[in-house]
Design a protein around this ligand. Sequence first.
Ligand code: ADP
Ligand code: MG
Length: 399
Amino acid sequence: MTQPSNFKLLTNETAIALTKKLGLIHTNDSLQCNEIGDGNLNYVFHVTNPDTNKGVIIKQAVPYAKVLGESWPLTLKRAAIEANALIQFGSYCPEFVPKVYYSDEQLAITIMEDLSHLKIARTGLIDGNHFPLLSKHIGEFVAKTAFYTSDFHLEPSAKKEVARNFTNPELCKITEVFIFTDPFFEEHPGEFELELKVAAQTIWNDAELILEVAKLKQCFESEQEALLHGDLHTGSIFASDIETKVIDPEFAFYGPVGFDLGQYIANLLFQAITRPAAEKEEIFTYLQEFLDTFEETYTALWNSDNKSPYSKVDGYLSYVLTKFKSDAYGFAGCELIRRTIGLSHVADLNGIENKETRIAAKTATLKVGAYLIKNRKELNIPTVNEIVKQYTLASYSTL
Ligand code: ADP
Ligand code: MG
């Protein structure tokens, strides 16, 4: 793969020099810089003025996936895709994304608003923090980005032009392999505890399930409904009790709307599965609010801004929303399974120290995942609530 010859990995010193050169932090004093990336793919430099606490974030891609090693080369173009997606999303809902101050495709960097005053939603939820506006905000974010980038709003030829700029084959391949393929084949297993082998085998041997995953993978690969974030899990969201910001859209591409919906749903479900019974309800409130807000916002945009000659046809909006939701539950099921027996695990599950409790939670996760995939066409949140309770009770009762 050819990479731009003038790519150079930043150091703390060059990150500070660049910030000063661009005049992004006005100071005569010295600035500080730390590399804070806990991510799997990139470096994140936090440049601050210690006197005022003002800062910027410089995110830099490297020509391989940090977590997968240098043997998995990855285009630096993902940095430009991330910067452009943040700008595009920011044009529809600036309140939900960091401001982009500068980007450089050759250096593969994006310089953006420092969000250190917020907490990554996954960490906050695990710590038992409450985020009363999180789901409302993410529901609005997905509805607006999904509607405004679709054929319902853009001229179809203009949409294809945008889609071309967000062609992202290498990052899509990560999803195709690690979400939609490897976890479902015994001969390409990911990493998981030996105690999960039987539950994993139940998945691999379930012909009905495997056929449904094939259909979902096909949907992911071939349907260009809207510009997606592409990795909308709770680790890609910064939140407080009043603010919500979506980061890290390097997987952005034109795909099925249900994928973004499903990633968020699944990552809330890890919490619903792992929390004690009395604390599960809060998560189901988040889930219901998320889908309700998505639907209300999308419906309002459809009624006011839909340019399709068919927009007023009876039943059309309802057909579109029903499809989004059924795809969403299916994709959520794939995410639940891949985070359990695939390559990239989540702290919600892996952070459970007691091994038996962890295995019980993971077993329930696999069962809920399979159920969502197979029953995606007739699901709603109250039913998902019942299923989660039923499977967690069954798994935990064997302890
Ligand atoms: P990756 O693409 O490598 O997964 P992320 O974009 O998820 O990287 O960023 C990794 C970490 O860096 C985040 O979890 C967060 O702690 C920190 N980070 C990223 N962007 C910002 C930001 N704008 N403000 C503050 N911290 C950030
Ligand atoms: Mg990332």
